[in-house]
Design a protein around this ligand. Sequence first.
Ligand code: UDP
Ligand code: MG
Length: 186
Amino acid sequence: MEQTFIMIKPDGVQRGLCYGYGVWMVGKFGKGTYGVSGGVIEELVKLDESVLGLQVGDIISRFEKKGFYLKGMKFINVDRPFAEKHYEDLSAKPFFSGLVDYIISGPVVAMIWEGKNVILTGRKIIGATNPAESAPGTIRGDYAIEIGRNIIHGSDSAEGARKEIALWFPDGPANWQSSVHHWIYE
Ligand code: UDP
Ligand code: MG
C-alpha cells in the first residue's frame, strides 16, 4: 500500500478549518509525536505542559471517509532550515523565501496517509496549486483564494512522498490496521 505526506499549513490551522468534527488530536507545541488510531489517542504518557486539544475536522475527514488510513500525525512548529529542506526542490524559485516564511509562521499538522493510489488521489482531493484553478469540491477549491495561502500540502510523487515521510517522521509510521479494511478494498 502506498503512503503519502500531507500537511495542513499554518493558515489552515489558524483559520480553524481543522476544528470541525472527527477524531481528537492531542499534541504539544514544539515537539512530540502523538499517533491517533481509530480515534484512540496513543502515547498520552508523553504529554506534559502546553497540552492542547485540537479537533481535527473537515480536511482530515475527507481522507478518512475516502478510505485512506492515518498512519502518522504531528502538530508542530518547524524552523527555517527544516522548511527549506522540505521545499529544497523549489529553492531556485522566486517565491521560495516567502514560502518558507509562510510555513514557519505557525504550527502545522503533518500526517502520513496510506492507501491504494493515495499519492495521486490525495493530490486530487487537495486540488490544483493555485486555488483560483482548483475545482470546487477540492480542499483548496473550497477553502482558499491565494496560491501563497493554499492551506495544505501533499506529496507529488512516490519519490517525494518517501523523502518527505523520512524527513517529517524519522521514526516511521504508526503500526495499526483498520478493522474495516476488507469492506473498502477487494
Ligand atoms: N507557491 C507560491 N507561488 C507559486 C507557486 C507555488 O507561493 O507561484 C507555493 C504554494 O504554497 C505551493 C508551494 O509553493 O503550494 C509549493 O509549490 P508546488 O509547485 O510544489 O505546489 P503544490 O505541490 O503544493 O501544489
Ligand atoms: Mg509540491
